[in-house]
Each structure stands twice: as structure tokens, then as C-alpha cells.
Write a protein that binds this ligand. Structure first.
Ligand code: FEO
Length: 168
């Protein structure tokens, strides 16, 4: 059972996850365009992960008797000056996602909706990992600068593959 306010909040988050997916797909396109195929692969995996997040919200809302409603998704940015600028934007974006998830978790407490609280626990843990993995790349980019290390990092990031979590 979802209150109207909770259903709206969950729908807003589902749509924000789709925006996140589009943002990372746009970064994948940008990296392909500038010849950094490993960075593009990493972002493509991130895109798939965000769509997985969106579908979790979609299925939960409908499963809880609500109505998952797709809304208008804003166009993401298309180009970034440097790989570091893109990953810094990604980190800021993830911090924003964490804050939004926390707001919904607070609403669940306020409404004593424990089922939503349990549903959101997975996302609360997931956001710790999301911030950590982006932050790790930001740190590496700061270390390597624009030199040859960038191409080694590109090779490293190109090994990322998205595997849907089994605990989801
Ligand atoms: Fe779905 Fe990266 O948060």
C-alpha cells in the first residue's frame, strides 16, 4: 500500500534513475567520440546499472499496488572538457542520488511504511558502492593527469562488465 505522496516520490526516483542512465550513456557516447573506448565501456556498464535501478522502482511501484508512470526525461549534457570533468560530474550526480534516496527513506519513516523502508535499504547500500566506484576513478584520473597513464586507465576501465546483482 502506497500513499499518494510515496507513490509520487517513488515515481520521481524511477524517472531520475532513467535520467541517470541517459547521462551515463551520453558520457559513453562522448568517450567513444574522443577515442577512449575503455571509458566508454565503463560508462555503458553504468548505463545498464542505472536501467536496472529504474526497473527495480518500476516493479516495486506496480507490485505494491501503485502505478509506475514514465515522465519526461531531460536531455543530458553531451560533451565534457576532460575525462576528469565527466567523472567529477558523475560523482556529484551520485551524491545527489544518495540524497534523493535518503529523502524517500525519511518519508518512509515518517509514514511508518516499513515495506518501502526495506525496499530502499538495498539502494542505501548500493549508493555507498556507487559513490565509491566513481570516486575511485576520480582519484585515479587526478593521479594520471593527461599523460600516458590515461591510456592504461582506459584499458583498465574497459574490462568492466555489468552483472545484475543476485541479491536484488
Ligand atoms: Fe542509480 Fe547511480 O544511482
Amino acid at each position: 500500500m502506497l500513499s499518494e505522496k510515496m507513490e509520487d516520490a517513488l515515481n520521481a526516483q524511477m524517472n531520475w534513475e532513467i535520467y541517470s542512465a541517459n547521462l551515463y550513456l551520453s558520457m559513453a557516447s562522448h568517450f567513444t567520440h574522443v577515442g577512449l573506448s575503455g571509458f566508454a565501456t565503463w560508462m555503458n556498464a553504468q548505463y545498464q546499472e542505472e536501467m536496472f535501478h529504474a526497473m527495480r522502482f518500476f516493479n516495486y511501484i506496480n507490485g505494491a499496488g501503485g502505478h509506475a508512470k514514465l515522465g519526461t526525461i531531460d536531455a543530458p549534457q553531451h560533451d565534457w572538457k576532460t575525462p576528469l570533468a565527466a567523472f567529477e560530474d558523475a560523482l556529484e550526480h551520485e551524491q545527489g542520488v544518495t540524497s534523493r534516496i535518503n529523502d524517500i527513506a525519511n518519508l518512509a519513516v515518517e509514514e511508518r511504511n516499513h515495506a518501502v523502508g526495506i525496499f530502499l535499504q538495498w539502494f542505501i547500500s548500493e549508493q555507498v558502492e556507487e559513490e565509491e566506484s566513481v570516486s575511485d576513478v576520480v582519484g585515479k584520473l587526478k593521479l594520471v593527469g593527461d599523460g600516458g597513464g590515461l591510456f592504461m586507465l582506459d584499458r583498465d576501465l574497459g574490462t568492466r562488465v555489468f552483472t545484475p546483482p543476485t541479491n536484488a
